[in-house]
Design a protein. Sequence first.
Length: 292
Amino acid sequence: MVDRIDGHTILIGLMATPIRHSMSPTMHNTSFVKLGLNYAYLAFEVGNKELPDAIQGIRALGMRGSNISMPNKQKVLPLLDKLDPVAKMVGAVNTIVNDDGVLTGYTTDGTGFMKSLADENLDIRGEKMTIAGAGGAGTAIEIQAAYDGVKEMSIFNIKDATWANAERNVKIINEQTDCKAQLFDLADQDAFKCEIADSAIYCDSTGVGMKPLEDKTLVSDPSFFHKDMIVYDTVYAPRTTKLMTVAEEAGVDHVFNGLGMMLEQGAEAFKLWTGEDMPVDDIRNILFADAK
Ligand code: NAD
């Protein structure tokens, strides 16, 4: 580390809370070393209250940019100078790029999700998708998948504060893409079963299955699933969620946690900051070995 950091080292941040568990510093710093790039990536414990000062700090310190995670992904929007069109549509930012004091916000969660499927040689364009959740991750996945060519989408949400997001997502998708989207109350379990049965992919973007809900799943009955489908949980800690166990019990061919999405959203941010391709195969080996 002493050899690596010098007077020219360019800083990139991660602003979120809680943040100490994050795998992003390992992912990016290992990539910088492998490619011989003079950058350093550090995690900062930043909540909504500290966010305006922290964002101003990117400009003041001449940082190249930052990742943004919960609870700041929506709150950061008015603090930036420009928004990438997809970030604007999604209404959330997970990556900031600083070009000579001009901060542009991007979201790489949706493209990361789609790229992680492509890495497995899976293509959901032209297919039907059922997805639970319409928060930050769910919205990014829904908008990107619709833009990339998913034919039909059934979104299930509980009647909480994100219900309005789900309504907005359905409206945007139906108005601005060729995908036909519908919104359902997750309480309607008959519809949930029916829509999953008719889908090529079921994605859970709710975080149910992660602490403190690690023993929970929205689908506990394996008969909801069919063998030749994809079941995708955006959660990556634990590595095997309850949902994945149920899908495996059902003999589902393609069952994934969120590590692939995590890797690819990071790779896209890396490219935005450095202009270089992240050495994803090396990083995949490290992330997948480390994940618990
Ligand atoms: P969020 O708070 O913005 O949205 C949460 C969504 O889940 C909402 O739609 C909410 O209605 C729903 N939800 C919450 N509790 C629920 C419950 N008990 N039953 C049913 N629905 C419930 O959160 P987010 O930022 O979208 O993150 C969601 C999950 O996605 C987290 O587990 C996060 O770690 C994961 N994530 C993964 C990646 C990745 O790269 N793999 C990236 C972003 C987020």
